[in-house]
Design a protein around this ligand. Structure first.
Ligand SMILES: Nc1nc2c(ncn2[C@@H]2O[C@H](COP(=O)(O)OP(=O)(O)OP(=O)(O)O)[C@@H](O)[C@H]2O)c(=O)[nH]1
Ligand SMILES: [Mg+2]
Length: 372
């Protein structure tokens, strides 16, 4: 496993050299560190550059022209690591609140998990030297997220986390829109929703000894609102997918009818084989459009595959069966002035089934580095 440790820095001159040394003593020999510095006025970047000489090609620095926030630094670091073929990316702060001694434990858990969270809120974990108020905020924020997002994660805001390449690809880095504490919440929630295997390992979190905190208190308040935004984003995403899926289905129906008209009406070919052929062609068209458009957030860079195409056709058949069943049941059990009302209900039910099967089976959990 090729590990990249990503450390965002802004004015961490007092910490960075010691941290780099401490990290290198615990990571595997092929592990590397990337510092993402935003032109720190205290010369953090220069210290990293000098230190780099000691660790030939294992210590890298990404220098950005101005302060852009820790979340954006992590995102850029993740993208950098993925491009360079790293299998796992460990995000940690430079201020020693994230003690390097936990790295071996995080790495061990990475063998059978996609995401390993350094957690202050599981048994054995904790926050040192924190006031009662700050403890309350941490616990309260996590309970709030757990309740609203309905995911079994305890430490939502912690930033000492190990992300496998697979998890980052499932989450889709370009889909992450929040910053500050909310960034951690959004990443974790999306990982959970993408079906990543997540675990939390206990860490003790001390306050920084050197330097000052750069996280404005307003970010905490912002996070409270962002949790709703994250929740709604997902719902909106589902609605958008459903609309696109419906349009795709409509296009497929047009293709089906035009082909049927040409082959059965114009060319005089037998209806049943023509109908089956139309089903395959329109189904294939739907599969390709859904892959590249309706579910582009899930599929990303992945190519269309025969297996998923076959699954999609099975899903279409399942939808058709539900359509016929609902239509028939309605005609048999209700008085309807027109049969097409039953057929319309059947189509709607079939479409929902087809959509759910597509979303949660056919297009679920495919690589998604390309979003939106
Ligand atoms: N590249 C970059 N790094 C940043 C920026 N702001 C903060 N950081 C780094 O992000 C990490 C976390 O920042 P802190 O200020 O410690 O924030 P925090 O840990 O959430 O808050 P505290 O608990 O108060 O320390 C540290 O390594 C910072 O140097 C930024 O704008 N750009
Ligand atoms: Mg800190």
């Amino acid at each position: 496993m090729k590990l990249l440790v990503i450390i965002p820095t802004y004015n961490e001159a007092d910490n960075i050299q010691n941290l780099i040394q401490a990290v290198f003593t615990v990571i595997p020999p092929n592990g590397e560190i990337l510092v993402v510095d935003d032109n720190s006025p205290d010369g953090t970047a220069e210290i990293v550059e000098k230190t780099a000489a000691e660790y030939s090609c294992r210590l890298h620095i990404l220098k950005r022209p101005e302060k852009q926030g820790g979340a954006s630094a992590f995102l850029q670091g993740f993208a950098w690591g993925i491009e360079r073929g790293c299998d796992a990316m460990l995000a940690m702060d430079a201020d020693f609140s994230h003690d390097p001694r936990y790295i071996p434990m995080l790495l061990e858990k990475a063998n059978d998990h996609d995401v390993v969270l350094g957690s202050r809120l599981v048994k054995g974990g904790g926050i040192e030297n924190r006031t009662f108020a700050r403890n309350l905020i941490s616990h309260g924020a996590s309970l709030y997220c757990k309740f609203l997002l309905a995911a079994p994660i305890k430490d939502w805001t912690g930033g000492y986390n190990l992300w496998s390449k697979k998890a980052l690809s499932k989450i889709g880095l370009k889909s992450i829109v929040t910053r500050g504490y909310s960034f951690q919440i959004e990443m974790k929630y999306k990982a959970f929703k993408a079906g990543c295997k997540i675990t939390e390992v206990p860490i003790i979190f001390p306050d920084r000894k050197y330097g000052v905190s750069k996280m404005p208190a307003s970010y905490l308040v912002k996070a409270l609102f962002d949790v709703w935004r994250i929740k709604c984003m997902r719902m909106n995403n589902g609605i958008k997918q459903f609309i696109k899926f419906g349009i795709t289905g409509g296009l497929g129906t047009v293709t089906n009818l035009v082909l049927f008209f040409l082959c059965a009406d114009k060319a005089g070919l037998p209806e049943i084989p023509v109908s089956i052929g139309c089903f395959f062609i329109a189904g294939t068209q739907n599969y390709i459009i859904n892959h590249n458009w309706s579910f582009a957030n899930n599929t990303g860079t992945a190519k269309v595959s025969v297996k998923r195409w076959a699954l999609f056709l099975v899903s279409s058949l399942a939808g058709l069966s539900v359509n016929i069943t609902v239509m028939k049941c309605m005609i048999m059990n209700f008085y309807l002035p027109y049969k097409f009302i039953a057929q319309a209900c059947g189509i709607a039910a079939g479409m929902v089934i087809n959509f759910l099967f597509s979303k949660f089976v056919v297009f679920r959990g495919i690589s998604c580095l390309k979003e939106k």
